[in-house]
Write a protein that binds this ligand. Sequence first.
Ligand SMILES: [Zn+2]
Ligand SMILES: [Zn+2]
Length: 252
Amino acid sequence: MTKLTDNLLDLVFPPGLYCSCCGKITDSSMPYHLCSSCMDQIKWATGRTCSKCGKPLSDTDPADTCYSCREHEHLYDRGYTCAEYGSCERALIFNLKYNGRTDIAPILGEAIFDMLEARGVITAGAGGIRYDIILPVPMSRAKQLARGYNQAELIARELSLRCGIPYSTRIIERTRSTRALRGLSPDERRLEMTGAFAPCHDESLIRGRSFLILDDIYTTGATIDACAGVLKDSGAGVVDFVSFASGADVVK
Ligand SMILES: [Zn+2]
Ligand SMILES: [Zn+2]
């Protein structure tokens, strides 16, 4: 982001004056620049969560993993999420990805930091306790060029500033563009993502290191597993992931 763009964004969206979700004028003391109504609507993952992927568990599901994790093995070690994907979460992510609202990325990074800190996974400024590197999910070169930024990278930058663990975009890369996964079944998603990532350099940057993969949203885990598979095949240690929002635990 250029300074000029930052300044222009500040003029259009003065930090803290407008709710980052619904756009209504809000009290600047509210966390994450949200109005009280949106703050209440966000389904924060503060109750029972899946012991594998971290998504909030359905009240009707007594198991300690979600239905999706019981149906599909994952290549990552474990995941964490801030909230269940609902209308507010959708608005925040949509505005960040498709409306150029890059000012939302630091807000999501802050929410992710607060959640991970509350769970004892990371601490402020103390460096990598559990992870050597935060790894934002890479976008294809063409897509990033069209959008102008990778939203996962912008969120990772804020998380990195807060916890002191470096982030890197030079560990793995997209080998090809993939279709939008929306509307595809879990198996179709997996097939679509197979071979979509590869190490950027030789495996020495990966071997023996622990990673926290970061994405804006987690649904079936096909994208995260594709990244985690490459890292594990290259000798990575712990590979966890964090997302701002996760799809609901739908028991079938
Ligand atoms: Zn609002
Ligand atoms: Zn799960």
